[in-house]
Design a protein around this ligand. Sequence first.
Ligand code: NI
Ligand code: MN
Length: 223
Amino acid sequence: MVKVKFLGHAAFLIEGSKKILIDPFLTGNPKAAAKPEELEADLILVTHAHGDHIGDAIEIAKRTGAKIVAMYDIANYIGEQGNVEVVGMNYGPTEIDGVGIVQVPAWHSSSDGKYGIGNACGYIIELDGVKIYHAGDTFVFKDMELFAELYGPIDVALLPIGGHFTMGVKEAAKAVEFLKPKKVVPMHYNTWPPIAADPEEFKRLVGDRAEVIVLEPGETLEL
Ligand code: NI
Ligand code: MN
């Protein structure tokens, strides 16, 4: 069984034969469902360099010995800031410690808030036969059809719906058409007022194209 635990904002813990943290922004996250010192991880995947995604990755990696996976340039940036093991990659497939990882494009910026660092990405993770797509921060784009064609069927897609910085509910519902996932979990909304969104409206727009599962921070989906 693979468990997908929502930790708030875009942070997830995926637990199967390995523990994989994605975008562990907890300190300063008003919706955080865990403290960084409580978490264990083998791999930490970072989608881009913005603070609400790198978050506590370095601190958690230092304590647990987890490897941080990120785009090559972002991995170098993270590696410079702390004594942590980084795996730099770029858009494409790889396998790290028995976990299938495809780094896929995302339409978004990536910077330390001012200066650009690498590009934004999403990840398609295959753990114990379960395929999970974390979109990172992105607008919708039709190449998401290619992700489904090359790497599907996607068991669960974790999609931003908050608007302002990413897709809103309308765009994310369109992404579901392209990705054809079995299940969808909305993320990156209601953390702060600019990204307020109604997950029930998202659910209505997706209709019967996929099962929308609204996780409150701290809740877990079992696959
Ligand atoms: Ni961002
Ligand atoms: Mn973000």
